[in-house]
Design a protein around this ligand. Structure first.
Ligand code: ATP
Length: 514
């Protein structure tokens, strides 16, 4: 097992051990790619959602919220193209009986070429030391150029096959590249087939009158079909946005990466309605705004990158992903799409109702264009966990596991710990707890030694602990311990609220967004 796979395994078991994420229906051996959030997971998830919601709705005067139903009229999914085209190309390995996405297999192969190139460059950097001219090396090294040529050729072939929906060619690429099943190690592949990802169920109680309805595979359509309601009742002027957080469902073919790819997940989507012709300018603006939202968390700019789409969805004229460096490589966390006026026009066509906007400045009516920002709460949760999980070797050789969560996202902001379980210290600690819980999420803990209690709080990412000791009864001061530096300082109980609130409340994070 590679070191990174090992780290990922540890993160998954940490999530379970401390009540962040549990497999769904675990006592019945689980349900494929469905997960439940435990007592700490739900707090972290809610904080991520608040950070997004407030970053959108609170900080933009032209963005408002919405909460539309999961069930919608089935014609919506016909109009949006999902019934006919929300497919993934699947391929089975006959020996392992495992199913894969053909496009993912090829993308992983592309990533392998990239890895080879980076390895060559790293080797040369080591060999040449300070005199290394990386740009020149990349442009002239025979090995690097050979890998680049192979990768580019594969990329072109893959792009063409995806855009033409050529399933035979996708299979041929897999065969020509010698891609093997990671489980069986063989190339005994079936043909590639299309697979629709939408779940359906029935609505109504009579046997013959039932209507087939879908569980929404994205929250966006709920926004589009409410566009006119919100625009009219909110007297919104273009450009403006509608934001929504909600569950989405996809019958994913491959679901083996914990909460990265789930069958029931949650999305935070914002559709921004703009004048036709101005969409690419807004697309560029939203790319920048969204990247800034991610980077304000302080996980390091080098862990993010944009990845432009090779195959544009049927509705888009520009699309990019924000990828985050997970232990299993750079992976999509958010998509930003210029969706043109496709969705609104389709709904006009299928519903027979006009969804035009009258622009008083231009004195004309048009169907607005749309920029979408779409981020998965669960993938965001996973990236926060991966970036925060650390095993540190301390001075005495002891190790500690610490979740260095951004304080504004931490499930518990402050742990209140009486040094011993007697002499009136628990009572004093409870008194402090009862006062501070109105300001932020606090946890009272009196079990085990103080050292063990600190470790427990480190492991769940609590940014601050206070210890109530015998002195506290005389001087009304406590010891405040910082999770990251482990430094301790004496502080008056009366100053706790102000000192801590400034650092842990969401506003501290929101203020970093310009
Ligand atoms: P992928 O290529 O990984 O399947 P996608 O491009 O289909 O993702 P979008 O349709 O752009 O994803 O959805 C927007 C966001 O929703 C993604 O960036 C991701 O964060 C989240 N998301 C999509 N599918 C899933 C899933 N199965 N499980 C968890 N989150 C998901």
């Amino acid at each position: 097992m590679s070191q990174q796979e090992d780290v990922f395994k540890k993160i998954v078991s940490h999530c379970k051990e401390y009540g962040f994420v549990f497999p769904s229906s675990e006592i019945y051996d689980g349900l494929g790619a469905v997960y439940d959030y435990g007592q700490l997971g739900v707090e972290l998830k809610n904080n991520i959602k608040s950070y997004w919601w407030q970053g959108m709705v609170l900080l933009h005067e032209n963005i408002v919220g919405l909460d539309s139903a999961i069930f919608m009229h089935p014609t919506i999914w016909k109009a949006s193209g999902h019934v006919d085209a929300f497919n993934d190309p699947l391929i089975d390995n006959r020996d392992s009986k495992k199913r894969y996405r053909a496009d993912v297999l090829i993308e992983e192969q592309l990533a392998k070429y990239d890895e080879k190139i980076e390895k060559e460059v790293a080797k040369a950097r080591k060999r040449f030391g300070d005199s290394f001219d990386e740009e020149k090396y990349r442009a002239t090294s025979a090995n690097v150029l050979e890998h680049v040529a192979k990768r580019d050729a594969l990329h072109e072939r893959y792009k063409a096959a995806m855009n033409a929906n050529d399933l035979d060619e996708l299979k041929q690429i897999i065969l020509d590249e010698g891609i093997v099943c990671p489980i069986s190690g063989t190339r005994n592949w079936t043909d590639v087939r299309q697979f629709n990802l939408m779940f359906s169920t029935e609505m109504g109680s009579t046997a013959d009158g039932n209507m087939k309805v879908y569980l929404r595979p994205e929250t966006a359509q709920g926004i589009f079909v409410n566009y006119l309601n919100v625009q009219k009742t909110g007297r919104m002027k273009i450009p403006f946005g509608i934001a929504q957080i909600g569950k989405a469902f996809r019958n994913e073919i491959v679901a083996r990466q914990f909460i990265f790819r789930m069958r029931e997940f949650e999305q935070m989507e914002m559709q921004f309605f703009v004048r036709p012709g101005s969409e690419l300018e807004w697309f560029a603006k939203w790319k920048e705004t969204r990247m800034q939202w991610h980077q304000a968390l302080g996980f390091g700019a080098q862990n993010y990158r944009f990845h432009d789409h090779d195959k544009l969805a049927h509705y888009a004229n520009a699309a990019t992903d924000i990828e985050f460096l997970m232990p299993f490589g750079f992976k999509e966390v958010e998509g930003i799409h210029s969706r043109t006026n496709f969705d609104l026009s389709q709904h006009e066509k299928y519903s027979g109702k006009s969804i035009k906007y009258f622009d008083p400045e231009l004195n004309e009516s048009y169907t607005p264009y749309v920029i979408e920002t779409s981020i998965g709460v669960d993938r965001m949760f996973l990236s926060v966990m991966c970036a925060s999980y650390k095993e540190e070797v301390l001075e005495g050789g002891e190790t500690r596991v610490v979740l260095s969560l951004p304080p504004a996202l931490a499930p518990v902001k402050l742990a209140i710990l009486p040094l011993v379980k007697k002499d009136g210290l628990p009572e004093k600690a409870h008194e402090i707890y009862k006062e501070l819980r109105f300001h932020f999420n606090c946890q009272y803990d009196e079990k085990d030694s103080i050292g063990k209690r600190y470790r427990r709080q480190d492991a769940i990412g609590t940014p601050y602990c206070i210890t109530v000791d015998h002195e506290t009864l005389n001087d009304n001061c406590v010891t405040l311990r910082n999770r990251d530096t482990m430094q301790q300082e004496r502080i008056a109980i009366a100053d706790l609220d102000k000192t801590i609130a400034d650092k842990v409340n969401l506003s501290s994070l929101l203020k970093k967004l310009k």
